[in-house]
Write a protein that binds this ligand. Structure first.
Ligand code: MLT
Length: 210
């Protein structure tokens, strides 16, 4: 068995999951167990693949280094994005998962590594649900994301992610050909029940259309 790059949890899918895998990516200070309940709620029966970020900031796991809040270490981001892509490919082989059914679900720092993977390795993910995501970098030239469906959930009063940042990310993804839906939560960086309800409705529709 191949050595996988990230410490992680894997929950095999059930027939009701229709072969879908959710790649669960936690926020700063989280772990590989954090988003398992969210994954089970969003897509019951889907396989769940949940890595733990390898970068530590004052002991808190993250998926890449930052220089300040919202200011990313681009060299480390690229390195960690490459490592995540290798993890997705190796875990897919090991657990028999299909990349055309892989949906990233990321919160905050986890959403930021997910969008970095989307922009650098567009073919690895079929869809992404990004909660409180920022622009990881400006891709040049734009990748081809015409196959990708993306759900963004942003907070109108998020002190970490400004509304203009969410709109800029949506614009970058749309310019790459992705179909983007944005849910606006009437609050800040923390998730609300309305975020989860909107995400559930969105993924049910995505599943029905595949
Ligand atoms: C990040 O560093 O990815 C963002 O600032 C979100 C966070 O982790 O707080």
């Amino acid at each position: 068995m191949e050595e996988l790059e990230f410490r992680h949890r894997f929950v095999p899918g059930r027939p009701s999951g229709e072969g879908i895998t959710l790649l669960l990516l936690h926020g700063t200070g989280g772990s590989e167990t954090d988003l398992i309940p969210l994954g089970e709620e969003l897509a019951p029966g889907a396989a769940l693949l949940s890595p733990r970020g390898k970068v530590l900031e004052n002991g808190m796991p993250r998926f890449f280094r930052r220089l300040a809040e919202g200011v990313f270490d681009q060299e480390d981001l690229q390195r960690q994005t490459d490592a995540m892509a290798q993890f997705i490919e190796a875990a897919s082989r090991q657990y028999g998962l299909s990349e055309s059914s892989m949906v990233a679900v990321g919160y905050s720092n986890g959403a930021n590594i997910a969008s970095s993977v989307l922009l650098r390795y567009p073919s690895l993910l079929a869809a992404a649900m990004l909660f409180r995501a920022m622009v990881p970098f400006q891709p040049q030239p734009p990748p081809d994301l015409r196959h990708a469906r993306i759900f963004l959930a942003a907070g109108r009063r998020d002190p970490i992610v400004q509304q203009s940042e969410t709109n800029r990310l949506a614009g970058i993804l749309e310019a790459a050909g992705a179909e983007v839906a944005t849910h606006w939560h009437d609050g800040g960086h923390e998730l609300g029940r309305d975020d989860i309800a909107a995400a559930k409705a969105w993924i049910s529709e995505w599943r029905a259309q595949r």
